[in-house]
Design a protein around this ligand. Sequence first.
Ligand SMILES: Cc1cc2nc3c(=O)[nH]c(=O)nc-3n(C[C@H](O)[C@H](O)[C@H](O)COP(=O)(O)O)c2cc1C
Length: 409
Amino acid sequence: MGTLTNKRILLGITGGIAAYKSADLARRLRDAGAEVRVVMTRTAQDFITPLTMQAVSGSPVHVEMVSAESKTGMEHIELARWADAVLVAPASADFLARLAQGRADDLLTALCLATSAPVAVAPAMNTQMWTNPATQANMLTLRRRAVHVFGPGEGDLACGEVGAGRLLEPVELVTLTAGLFATGELDGLTVLVTAGPTWEAIDPVRGITNKSSGKMGYAVAEAAAAAGAKVILVSGPTALPDPERMQIIRVTSTQEMHDAVHAHVREAHIFIGVAAVADYRPVESAPQKLKKGAERIMLDLVKNPDILASVAALERKPFTVGFAAETDNIEQNARQKLTEKRLDLVCANRVGDGLGFESDTNSLLLIDASGITELPAAAKDKLARALIHHISGKYHVAQERQQQAEGRA
Ligand SMILES: Cc1cc2nc3c(=O)[nH]c(=O)nc-3n(C[C@H](O)[C@H](O)[C@H](O)COP(=O)(O)O)c2cc1C
Protein backbone atom coordinates (compact mmCIF):
# COMPACT_ATOMS: atom_id res chain seq x y z
CA MET A 1 0.00 0.00 0.00
CA GLY A 2 1.26 3.49 -0.86
CA THR A 3 1.32 6.39 1.56
CA LEU A 4 -1.50 8.10 -0.34
CA THR A 5 -3.80 5.11 -0.75
CA ASN A 6 -7.37 6.22 -1.49
CA LYS A 7 -6.43 9.91 -1.43
CA ARG A 8 -7.73 12.28 -4.07
CA ILE A 9 -5.08 14.82 -4.89
CA LEU A 10 -5.90 17.83 -7.00
CA LEU A 11 -2.61 18.90 -8.58
CA GLY A 12 -2.54 22.56 -9.60
CA ILE A 13 0.12 23.69 -12.07
CA THR A 14 1.00 27.33 -12.68
CA GLY A 15 3.23 29.08 -15.21
CA GLY A 16 6.85 28.52 -14.25
CA ILE A 17 9.82 26.68 -15.72
CA ALA A 18 9.57 24.00 -13.02
CA ALA A 19 6.21 22.89 -14.50
CA TYR A 20 8.21 20.28 -16.43
CA LYS A 21 8.61 18.46 -13.09
CA SER A 22 4.83 18.29 -12.58
CA ALA A 23 4.56 15.30 -14.93
CA ASP A 24 6.97 13.31 -12.77
CA LEU A 25 5.15 14.53 -9.65
CA ALA A 26 1.76 13.34 -10.97
CA ARG A 27 3.22 9.93 -11.77
CA ARG A 28 4.78 9.61 -8.31
CA LEU A 29 1.58 10.68 -6.56
CA ARG A 30 -0.22 7.90 -8.40
CA ASP A 31 2.54 5.41 -7.57
CA ALA A 32 1.93 6.29 -3.91
CA GLY A 33 -1.73 5.26 -4.33
CA ALA A 34 -3.39 8.62 -5.00
CA GLU A 35 -6.04 9.43 -7.56
CA VAL A 36 -4.83 12.57 -9.33
CA ARG A 37 -6.72 15.27 -11.20
CA VAL A 38 -4.89 18.18 -12.74
CA VAL A 39 -5.91 21.83 -13.01
CA MET A 40 -3.60 24.10 -15.01
CA THR A 41 -3.57 27.86 -15.29
CA ARG A 42 -3.64 29.22 -18.83
CA THR A 43 0.04 30.24 -18.57
CA ALA A 44 1.02 26.78 -17.31
CA GLN A 45 0.07 25.43 -20.74
CA ASP A 46 2.96 27.41 -22.24
CA PHE A 47 5.34 25.32 -20.12
CA ILE A 48 3.83 21.81 -20.27
CA THR A 49 0.97 20.50 -22.38
CA PRO A 50 -2.39 19.37 -20.96
CA LEU A 51 -1.96 16.25 -23.10
CA THR A 52 1.17 15.23 -21.20
CA MET A 53 -0.55 15.85 -17.88
CA GLN A 54 -3.63 13.94 -18.99
CA ALA A 55 -1.46 10.97 -19.97
CA VAL A 56 0.46 10.85 -16.68
CA SER A 57 -2.50 11.63 -14.40
CA GLY A 58 -4.93 9.30 -16.17
CA SER A 59 -7.70 11.97 -16.15
CA PRO A 60 -8.75 14.86 -18.37
CA VAL A 61 -7.01 18.12 -17.45
CA HIS A 62 -9.08 21.11 -16.37
CA VAL A 63 -8.17 24.65 -17.39
CA GLU A 64 -11.25 26.76 -17.94
CA MET A 65 -13.75 27.89 -15.33
CA VAL A 66 -16.60 27.31 -17.76
CA SER A 67 -16.44 23.88 -19.32
CA ALA A 68 -18.86 21.98 -21.56
CA GLU A 69 -17.81 18.71 -19.87
CA SER A 70 -18.83 19.83 -16.38
CA LYS A 71 -21.94 18.03 -15.08
CA THR A 72 -23.20 21.00 -13.09
CA GLY A 73 -21.53 23.89 -14.91
CA MET A 74 -19.68 24.62 -11.67
CA GLU A 75 -16.42 22.82 -12.19
CA HIS A 76 -14.60 24.80 -9.48
CA ILE A 77 -17.11 23.55 -6.89
CA GLU A 78 -17.11 19.95 -8.21
CA LEU A 79 -13.31 19.79 -8.06
CA ALA A 80 -13.16 21.60 -4.70
CA ARG A 81 -15.48 18.97 -3.20
CA TRP A 82 -13.75 16.07 -4.92
CA ALA A 83 -10.30 16.83 -3.51
CA ASP A 84 -8.95 15.39 -0.28
CA ALA A 85 -6.04 17.81 -0.72
CA VAL A 86 -4.97 20.47 -3.20
CA LEU A 87 -1.28 20.66 -4.09
CA VAL A 88 -0.14 23.53 -6.32
CA ALA A 89 3.30 22.67 -7.73
CA PRO A 90 4.92 24.72 -9.04
CA ALA A 91 3.22 27.75 -7.51
CA SER A 92 4.24 30.95 -9.34
CA ALA A 93 4.76 34.28 -7.57
CA ASP A 94 1.73 35.60 -9.39
CA PHE A 95 -0.49 32.68 -8.33
CA LEU A 96 0.62 33.08 -4.70
CA ALA A 97 -0.27 36.79 -4.87
CA ARG A 98 -3.71 35.97 -6.27
CA LEU A 99 -4.28 33.30 -3.62
CA ALA A 100 -3.21 35.69 -0.84
CA GLN A 101 -5.67 38.27 -2.15
CA GLY A 102 -8.48 35.75 -2.19
CA ARG A 103 -9.06 36.20 -5.90
CA ALA A 104 -11.09 33.74 -7.93
CA ASP A 105 -10.39 34.83 -11.47
CA ASP A 106 -9.41 31.42 -12.82
CA LEU A 107 -10.33 27.80 -12.10
CA LEU A 108 -7.38 27.09 -9.80
CA THR A 109 -7.74 30.13 -7.53
CA ALA A 110 -11.54 29.70 -7.43
CA LEU A 111 -11.36 26.08 -6.32
CA CYS A 112 -8.68 26.90 -3.73
CA LEU A 113 -11.19 29.34 -2.22
CA ALA A 114 -14.06 26.88 -2.49
CA THR A 115 -12.43 23.80 -1.01
CA SER A 116 -12.55 22.65 2.60
CA ALA A 117 -9.63 20.30 1.91
CA PRO A 118 -6.10 21.27 2.95
CA VAL A 119 -4.27 23.42 0.39
CA ALA A 120 -0.49 23.15 -0.08
CA VAL A 121 1.69 25.28 -2.34
CA ALA A 122 5.20 24.52 -3.58
CA PRO A 123 6.68 27.86 -4.69
CA ALA A 124 9.24 27.91 -7.50
CA MET A 125 10.78 31.08 -8.87
CA ASN A 126 13.87 33.21 -9.26
CA THR A 127 15.54 34.07 -5.91
CA GLN A 128 14.86 37.81 -6.24
CA MET A 129 11.18 37.11 -6.87
CA TRP A 130 11.05 34.80 -3.84
CA THR A 131 12.83 37.15 -1.44
CA ASN A 132 10.95 40.22 -2.66
CA PRO A 133 9.01 41.70 0.30
CA ALA A 134 5.80 41.50 -1.73
CA THR A 135 6.14 37.73 -2.17
CA GLN A 136 7.20 37.27 1.45
CA ALA A 137 4.20 39.29 2.67
CA ASN A 138 1.94 37.08 0.55
CA MET A 139 3.54 33.96 2.04
CA LEU A 140 2.95 35.25 5.56
CA THR A 141 -0.71 35.85 4.74
CA LEU A 142 -1.06 32.35 3.29
CA ARG A 143 0.65 30.67 6.26
CA ARG A 144 -1.65 32.55 8.65
CA ARG A 145 -4.58 31.12 6.69
CA ALA A 146 -3.23 27.61 7.25
CA VAL A 147 -2.06 27.12 3.67
CA HIS A 148 0.79 24.57 3.79
CA VAL A 149 4.01 25.76 2.19
CA PHE A 150 6.36 23.11 0.80
CA GLY A 151 9.79 24.62 0.17
CA PRO A 152 11.19 26.19 -1.85
CA GLY A 153 14.57 24.50 -1.85
CA GLU A 154 17.91 26.14 -2.57
CA GLY A 155 20.34 25.48 -5.41
CA ASP A 156 20.82 26.10 -9.13
CA LEU A 157 17.85 27.86 -10.66
CA ALA A 158 16.70 27.81 -14.28
CA CYS A 159 17.46 31.54 -14.58
CA GLY A 160 21.17 30.82 -13.95
CA GLU A 161 21.19 32.14 -10.37
CA VAL A 162 21.93 30.08 -7.29
CA GLY A 163 19.77 30.48 -4.19
CA ALA A 164 16.29 29.96 -2.75
CA GLY A 165 13.46 29.35 -5.18
CA ARG A 166 13.86 25.77 -6.44
CA LEU A 167 10.81 23.56 -6.60
CA LEU A 168 11.27 20.70 -4.15
CA GLU A 169 11.91 17.35 -5.81
CA PRO A 170 8.75 15.35 -6.66
CA VAL A 171 9.68 12.60 -4.20
CA GLU A 172 9.88 15.19 -1.36
CA LEU A 173 6.55 16.69 -2.42
CA VAL A 174 4.88 13.26 -2.31
CA THR A 175 6.15 12.69 1.25
CA LEU A 176 5.00 16.13 2.38
CA THR A 177 1.58 15.63 0.74
CA ALA A 178 1.16 12.30 2.52
CA GLY A 179 1.91 14.16 5.76
CA LEU A 180 -1.21 16.32 5.23
CA PHE A 181 -3.36 13.34 6.10
CA ALA A 182 -2.70 12.90 9.78
CA THR A 183 -0.92 9.58 9.26
CA GLY A 184 -3.52 7.63 7.28
CA GLU A 185 -5.29 7.21 10.62
CA LEU A 186 -7.35 4.21 9.57
CA ASP A 187 -4.83 2.45 7.33
CA GLY A 188 -5.31 -1.32 7.51
CA LEU A 189 -8.69 -1.09 9.29
CA THR A 190 -12.16 -2.02 8.06
CA VAL A 191 -15.02 0.32 8.88
CA LEU A 192 -18.67 -0.73 8.50
CA VAL A 193 -21.10 2.19 8.17
CA THR A 194 -24.90 2.25 7.92
CA ALA A 195 -26.62 5.24 6.34
CA GLY A 196 -29.96 6.64 5.25
CA PRO A 197 -33.46 5.71 6.35
CA THR A 198 -35.12 2.33 6.12
CA TRP A 199 -38.46 1.65 4.47
CA GLU A 200 -41.03 -0.68 5.99
CA ALA A 201 -43.61 -1.65 3.41
CA ILE A 202 -47.31 -1.41 4.25
CA ASP A 203 -48.18 -2.48 0.72
CA PRO A 204 -46.24 -2.39 -2.57
CA VAL A 205 -46.48 1.42 -2.82
CA ARG A 206 -46.78 2.66 0.75
CA GLY A 207 -44.46 2.38 3.68
CA ILE A 208 -43.11 3.76 6.96
CA THR A 209 -39.89 5.74 6.65
CA ASN A 210 -38.28 8.95 7.93
CA LYS A 211 -36.61 12.11 6.64
CA SER A 212 -33.00 10.89 6.73
CA SER A 213 -31.25 11.84 3.46
CA GLY A 214 -28.20 9.63 4.05
CA LYS A 215 -25.86 12.63 3.57
CA MET A 216 -24.20 12.35 6.99
CA GLY A 217 -23.68 8.57 6.73
CA TYR A 218 -22.23 8.86 3.24
CA ALA A 219 -19.94 11.69 4.38
CA VAL A 220 -18.74 9.53 7.30
CA ALA A 221 -18.09 6.59 4.94
CA GLU A 222 -16.18 8.85 2.56
CA ALA A 223 -14.12 10.36 5.38
CA ALA A 224 -13.23 6.86 6.63
CA ALA A 225 -12.15 5.86 3.10
CA ALA A 226 -10.11 9.06 2.80
CA ALA A 227 -8.40 8.17 6.11
CA GLY A 228 -7.24 4.91 4.52
CA ALA A 229 -9.89 2.46 5.77
CA LYS A 230 -11.52 -0.29 3.77
CA VAL A 231 -15.17 0.79 3.98
CA ILE A 232 -18.37 -1.22 3.70
CA LEU A 233 -21.42 1.03 3.44
CA VAL A 234 -24.84 -0.49 4.09
CA SER A 235 -27.33 2.05 2.80
CA GLY A 236 -31.07 2.33 3.08
CA PRO A 237 -33.01 3.93 0.20
CA THR A 238 -31.44 7.32 -0.62
CA ALA A 239 -31.29 9.57 -3.66
CA LEU A 240 -27.50 9.83 -3.34
CA PRO A 241 -25.15 8.36 -5.94
CA ASP A 242 -22.88 5.46 -4.89
CA PRO A 243 -19.67 6.87 -3.37
CA GLU A 244 -16.47 5.56 -4.94
CA ARG A 245 -13.70 3.64 -3.18
CA MET A 246 -15.94 1.44 -1.03
CA GLN A 247 -18.21 -1.58 -1.07
CA ILE A 248 -21.87 -0.56 -1.09
CA ILE A 249 -24.77 -2.77 -0.08
CA ARG A 250 -28.19 -1.27 -0.78
CA VAL A 251 -31.05 -2.47 1.41
CA THR A 252 -34.64 -1.41 2.01
CA SER A 253 -35.95 -2.59 5.39
CA THR A 254 -34.42 -2.57 8.87
CA GLN A 255 -34.36 -6.39 8.86
CA GLU A 256 -32.38 -6.35 5.59
CA MET A 257 -29.99 -3.76 7.03
CA HIS A 258 -29.58 -5.90 10.15
CA ASP A 259 -28.81 -8.98 8.07
CA ALA A 260 -26.33 -7.15 5.82
CA VAL A 261 -24.56 -5.69 8.86
CA HIS A 262 -24.25 -9.08 10.54
CA ALA A 263 -22.97 -10.66 7.30
CA HIS A 264 -19.99 -8.26 7.43
CA VAL A 265 -19.52 -7.18 11.03
CA ARG A 266 -16.88 -9.84 11.75
CA GLU A 267 -14.54 -8.12 9.27
CA ALA A 268 -15.06 -4.71 10.89
CA HIS A 269 -12.75 -3.05 13.40
CA ILE A 270 -15.14 -0.10 13.70
CA PHE A 271 -18.92 0.00 13.27
CA ILE A 272 -20.63 3.38 12.80
CA GLY A 273 -24.42 3.24 12.79
CA VAL A 274 -25.53 6.49 11.18
CA ALA A 275 -28.72 5.09 9.61
CA ALA A 276 -32.03 6.30 10.98
CA VAL A 277 -33.77 2.95 11.07
CA ALA A 278 -37.48 2.38 11.54
CA ASP A 279 -38.02 0.99 15.03
CA TYR A 280 -41.28 -0.74 14.04
CA ARG A 281 -42.62 -2.42 10.92
CA PRO A 282 -46.11 -3.52 9.93
CA VAL A 283 -46.84 -7.05 11.13
CA GLU A 284 -48.02 -7.80 7.61
CA SER A 285 -47.21 -6.17 4.32
CA ALA A 286 -50.13 -6.44 1.88
CA PRO A 287 -49.13 -8.09 -1.43
CA GLN A 288 -51.48 -5.77 -3.38
CA LYS A 289 -52.11 -2.04 -3.02
CA LEU A 290 -54.63 -1.50 -0.22
CA LYS A 291 -57.93 -0.04 -1.44
CA LYS A 292 -59.61 2.91 0.23
CA GLY A 293 -62.65 1.69 2.18
CA ALA A 294 -63.29 1.89 5.90
CA GLU A 295 -63.35 5.27 7.71
CA ARG A 296 -60.75 4.03 10.15
CA ILE A 297 -58.19 1.26 9.90
CA MET A 298 -55.54 0.02 12.32
CA LEU A 299 -51.92 -0.62 11.45
CA ASP A 300 -50.47 -3.38 13.58
CA LEU A 301 -46.74 -2.79 14.19
CA VAL A 302 -44.05 -5.07 15.53
CA LYS A 303 -40.63 -4.08 16.85
CA ASN A 304 -37.66 -4.29 14.50
CA PRO A 305 -34.30 -5.72 15.56
CA ASP A 306 -32.03 -3.11 17.19
CA ILE A 307 -29.01 -3.14 14.87
CA LEU A 308 -26.73 -1.04 17.07
CA ALA A 309 -27.47 -2.97 20.24
CA SER A 310 -27.06 -6.30 18.43
CA VAL A 311 -23.59 -5.28 17.19
CA ALA A 312 -22.55 -3.94 20.60
CA ALA A 313 -23.68 -7.21 22.21
CA LEU A 314 -21.39 -9.39 20.07
CA GLU A 315 -18.70 -11.23 21.99
CA ARG A 316 -16.00 -9.86 19.69
CA LYS A 317 -17.65 -6.55 18.96
CA PRO A 318 -16.08 -3.84 16.83
CA PHE A 319 -15.57 -0.36 18.30
CA THR A 320 -19.22 0.62 18.13
CA VAL A 321 -20.41 4.15 17.41
CA GLY A 322 -24.07 5.15 17.37
CA PHE A 323 -25.88 8.27 16.24
CA ALA A 324 -28.69 9.79 18.26
CA ALA A 325 -30.91 12.22 16.39
CA GLU A 326 -32.87 14.06 19.06
CA THR A 327 -35.38 16.89 19.13
CA ASP A 328 -34.96 17.55 22.88
CA ASN A 329 -32.89 16.56 25.93
CA ILE A 330 -30.07 15.74 23.55
CA GLU A 331 -27.32 15.04 26.05
CA GLN A 332 -29.47 13.09 28.49
CA ASN A 333 -30.99 10.88 25.78
CA ALA A 334 -27.58 10.28 24.20
CA ARG A 335 -26.05 9.21 27.53
CA GLN A 336 -28.91 6.80 28.06
CA LYS A 337 -28.28 5.30 24.61
CA LEU A 338 -24.56 4.99 25.38
CA THR A 339 -25.09 2.95 28.53
CA GLU A 340 -28.22 0.99 27.64
CA LYS A 341 -26.84 -0.21 24.33
CA ARG A 342 -23.26 -0.59 25.60
CA LEU A 343 -21.84 1.63 22.86
CA ASP A 344 -18.28 2.99 22.78
CA LEU A 345 -19.35 6.41 21.53
CA VAL A 346 -22.57 8.26 20.78
CA CYS A 347 -22.80 11.15 18.31
CA ALA A 348 -25.80 13.23 19.23
CA ASN A 349 -27.36 15.85 17.00
CA ARG A 350 -30.39 18.02 17.11
CA VAL A 351 -32.96 17.42 14.37
CA GLY A 352 -36.03 19.39 13.40
CA ASP A 353 -36.42 23.12 12.66
CA GLY A 354 -34.33 22.76 9.50
CA LEU A 355 -31.46 21.06 11.32
CA GLY A 356 -30.10 17.57 10.82
CA PHE A 357 -31.65 15.21 8.31
CA GLU A 358 -32.08 17.19 5.11
CA SER A 359 -29.58 20.00 5.58
CA ASP A 360 -25.99 20.09 4.31
CA THR A 361 -24.61 21.22 7.66
CA ASN A 362 -24.74 19.65 11.08
CA SER A 363 -23.16 19.85 14.52
CA LEU A 364 -22.46 16.98 16.89
CA LEU A 365 -21.98 16.25 20.58
CA LEU A 366 -19.66 13.28 20.96
CA ILE A 367 -20.30 11.45 24.20
CA ASP A 368 -18.40 8.51 25.68
CA ALA A 369 -17.50 7.24 29.13
CA SER A 370 -14.70 9.79 29.43
CA GLY A 371 -16.70 12.92 28.59
CA ILE A 372 -18.15 15.18 25.91
CA THR A 373 -16.58 16.77 22.85
CA GLU A 374 -18.47 19.28 20.74
CA LEU A 375 -17.97 19.44 16.99
CA PRO A 376 -19.41 22.84 16.00
CA ALA A 377 -21.71 23.34 13.02
CA ALA A 378 -19.95 22.68 9.71
CA ALA A 379 -20.57 21.21 6.29
CA LYS A 380 -21.28 17.50 6.68
CA ASP A 381 -18.09 16.43 4.83
CA LYS A 382 -15.92 18.59 7.09
CA LEU A 383 -17.76 17.42 10.18
CA ALA A 384 -17.36 13.79 9.05
CA ARG A 385 -13.58 14.24 8.74
CA ALA A 386 -13.42 15.67 12.27
CA LEU A 387 -15.57 12.81 13.53
CA ILE A 388 -13.39 10.16 11.88
CA HIS A 389 -10.33 11.81 13.45
CA HIS A 390 -12.04 11.62 16.87
CA ILE A 391 -13.16 8.01 16.39
CA SER A 392 -9.71 6.99 15.22
CA GLY A 393 -8.13 8.45 18.37
CA LYS A 394 -10.67 6.70 20.62
CA TYR A 395 -10.29 3.41 18.73
CA HIS A 396 -6.50 3.39 19.10
CA VAL A 397 -6.73 4.24 22.82
CA ALA A 398 -9.26 1.41 23.31
CA GLN A 399 -6.96 -1.00 21.46
CA GLU A 400 -4.01 -0.04 23.64
CA ARG A 401 -6.09 -0.54 26.80
CA GLN A 402 -7.24 -3.93 25.60
CA GLN A 403 -3.70 -5.02 24.77
CA GLN A 404 -2.50 -3.88 28.20
CA ALA A 405 -5.37 -5.79 29.85
CA GLU A 406 -4.56 -8.92 27.82
CA GLY A 407 -0.90 -8.53 28.78
CA ARG A 408 -1.83 -8.42 32.49
CA ALA A 409 -4.17 -11.43 32.21
C1 LIG B 1 10.13 31.73 -19.55
C2 LIG B 1 9.38 32.14 -18.33
C3 LIG B 1 9.64 31.52 -17.15
C4 LIG B 1 8.98 31.89 -15.98
N1 LIG B 1 9.25 31.23 -14.82
C5 LIG B 1 8.62 31.60 -13.70
C6 LIG B 1 8.90 30.93 -12.49
O1 LIG B 1 9.71 30.00 -12.43
N2 LIG B 1 8.22 31.31 -11.38
C7 LIG B 1 7.32 32.31 -11.39
O2 LIG B 1 6.78 32.63 -10.35
N3 LIG B 1 7.03 32.97 -12.54
C8 LIG B 1 7.64 32.64 -13.69
N4 LIG B 1 7.35 33.28 -14.85
C9 LIG B 1 6.33 34.33 -14.84
C10 LIG B 1 4.91 33.73 -14.88
O3 LIG B 1 4.76 32.89 -15.99
C11 LIG B 1 3.88 34.84 -14.90
O4 LIG B 1 3.95 35.57 -13.68
C12 LIG B 1 2.48 34.34 -15.09
O5 LIG B 1 1.59 35.45 -14.99
C13 LIG B 1 2.06 33.28 -14.09
O6 LIG B 1 0.73 32.91 -14.35
P1 LIG B 1 -0.06 31.85 -13.51
O7 LIG B 1 0.28 32.07 -12.09
O8 LIG B 1 -1.49 32.11 -13.81
O9 LIG B 1 0.32 30.51 -14.01
C14 LIG B 1 8.01 32.92 -16.03
C15 LIG B 1 7.74 33.55 -17.25
C16 LIG B 1 8.43 33.15 -18.39
C17 LIG B 1 8.11 33.84 -19.68
